[in-house]
Write a protein that binds this ligand. Sequence first.
Ligand code: ASP
Length: 352
Amino acid sequence: MKYTRISINTATPAEARSRVMIIYTGGTFGMTYDESGVLIPFDFSLIKEQLPALRNLFLEITVVSFTKPIDSSNISPEHWKAIGEIIFENYQAQDGFVVLHGTDTMAFTASAISFMLPNLAKPVIFTGAQLPISQPRSDARENLITSLEIASAKQDGRPLVPEVCIYFDYQLLRGNRSKKVESMHFDAFESGNYPVLAKAGVKIDYNLAAISTPSTGTLRLLSTFDSSVAILKLFPGISPQMVDAVLNTEGVKAVIVETYGSGNAPTAPWFVHSLKAAVGRGLILLNVSQCPGGMVEQGRYETSKTLADIGVISGGDITLEAAVTKLMLLLAEFGSEETRARIGVSLAGEMA
Ligand code: ASP
């Protein structure tokens, strides 16, 4: 992947308070209109003109921009690898990172990055915007300024938020607990199963009890993904052919069964037999709820007890986004056997 690197010192002539790297991947945030009225990616070397308030942050900012910024609907594990490598290679030189990313798949990328960097002890704050920075009513300015403030915030010389987060619309959320829930209003993200890590108002109120404690180990980078993962979303009336088509997809190693409520599914014999046969063939079946809040509890109802009996693994309170990326990373790193043992254990605070 090709990058462009731009250095911006917003502190001169004073000394910078902190060093933050912005990784610009694309999305609505950086769009601007050219003379003919066409939306084109924004030139980051002009950020100080667009955002004069940056000067008050007294930061030394390095921008690493994808040479071809992309709509996040085109994000793939290759891009996760690139973002992870940029963070890993620049980790010692920076106090924190802000990743500018389209909102559509931001929760997937934030989840992936949280699993790729064991022992992370510095902030990696994902943000974006619902309206381009070139628009007068854009949310891009506030989202970026506060993300930079959070990425550079320290207490007793240590980073205040040593984890991968999403900052959006005055709320800081754990990245691998987040979901995009809104496409027209500014409150695009929610983390139904984990408290908000900070709220930005007149000042930024950090929820210190919910923020993870920094790791003392050495940062590592895991950057391979195995995409042999499928999703089987249940709905009343789903046909045996549909279920079998997903479970028999060539090459698939793990299937997330998106169930109802606290992990419930039909008890019809054909359905149970299909799932049982898939487990028998060595497939990993992970039960993840369609509900954005609450958790899978296999055995609470008769309609979920059967799943436990045939070897479906409970996803607990994990999000679909975290489940997909965690499975891909574990499969690549450890293979199917180990993945089965590790999928239910929290890696980076993504599940209780
Ligand atoms: N389609 C855009 C993207 O995800 C939407 C956004 O940036 O909010 O890249």
